[in-house]
Ligand binder design. Structure first.
Ligand code: DC
Length: 224
C-alpha cells in the first residue's frame, strides 16, 4: 500500500498532475480542495453565512459528498447532484479560503479524507495532506510555481469553461488566497519537513508527472 501526498499553493498544477499519476499507476485520486469547495457551495445554496461555523457544520453533516469517475473523468456529487462545475465558479473560489479556515469543518473533512484513503493506494492533493491528513505518506510532494505562471494557467482554465476573467485580477486573487491559506490557524498551507519541493514554473505537465513517477518508483524499490 502506498500513500502519495501532493500539496502546494493554488493553481500550481496539483490536480492535473495528481490525476495523471493516479491513472498511470492505478491509484485512487482524492481532490480535497473539491471537498472544501463543496462545503462552500453548501453554505451558498442554503443561505448560510460563510463564517457561521455551527450552522454550516450541521448542514455538512447532513450532506453527502462523493467522488465518482464517469467516462474517465472525476465528478463530485453533493446529495446525488453533480456539482463538478458549480464548485469552480469565481464566487466559490473567492469564498473557499474563509470556509476552509473553520476548525470544525476541517476536522470533519480530514476525518472523511482519512476514511477515503483507507487501505488503498492513493494520491491525495490539497494544502495539509503531508502535514496533517496523511503524515505517514510514503511520498510527499510540494509543488510551487511563480504567481504569474499560475495566473496564466488559471486564466486558461476559466477560458475553457467560458468564464471571462482578467489576468491581473486573477493574480491578485491567487495571492490573497495563498496568503489566507498559509496564515490560517488550523493546518495552514506548509511544506512538510520530509516533502520534496518541485518548482513547476518552467516545466511541462509531462515533466512534472515524470519527476513524481520517478520519486514514487525509487521509494517503492526502497520499501521492498
Ligand atoms: O485546491 P483548490 O484550489 O481546489 O482548493 C480550494 C481551497 O480549499 C483552497 O483555497 C484552500 C482549501 N483547501 C484546504 O484548506 N485544505 C486542503 N487540503 C485543500 C484545499
Amino acid at each position: 500500500m502506498m500513500q502519495v501526498a501532493i500539496d502546494g499553493p493554488a493553481s500550481a498544477g496539483k490536480s492535473t498532475v495528481a490525476k495523471q499519476v493516479a491513472q498511470k499507476l492505478g491509484f485512487v485520486y482524492i481532490d480535497t480542495g473539491a471537498m472544501y469547495r463543496t462545503c462552500t457551495l453548501i453554505a451558498q445554496l442554503n443561505g448560510i453565512d460563510f463564517s457561521d461555523e455551527e450552522r454550516l457544520l450541521q448542514k455538512i453533516r447532513q450532506s453527502k459528498i462523493v467522488f465518482r469517475t464517469q467516462d474517465g473523468e472525476q465528478k463530485v456529487y453533493l446529495d446525488g447532484t453533480d456539482v463538478t462545475a458549480a464548485i469552480r465558479t469565481p464566487k466559490i473560489t473567492d469564498n473557499v479560503s474563509q470556509v476552509s479556515a473553520l476548525a470544525k469543518i476541517r476536522y470533519q473533512m480530514v476525518k472523511q479524507q482519512r476514511d477515503m484513503a483507507g487501505e488503498m493506494n492513493v494520491i491525495m492533493d490539497g494544502r495539509d495532506i503531508g502535514t496533517t491528513v496523511l503524515p505517514h505518506a510514503e511520498v510527499k510532494i510540494f509543488l510551487v510555481a511563480s504567481v504569474k505562471s499560475r495566473a496564466k494557467r488559471r486564466l486558461l482554465d476559466y477560458a475553457q469553461k467560458g468564464i471571462k476573467q482578467n489576468l491581473t485580477q486573477i493574480e491578485q486573487d491567487l495571492e490573497l488566497r495563498d496568503f489566507k491559506d498559509s496564515h490560517r490557524e488550523v493546518s495552514p498551507l506548509k511544506k512538510a519537513d520530509d516533502a520534496i519541493e518541485i518548482d513547476t514554473t518552467n516545466m511541462t505537465i509531462e515533466q512534472v508527472v515524470a519527476t513524481i513517477l520517478d520519486k514514487i518508483e525509487k521509494k517503492s524499490k526502497k520499501l521492498i
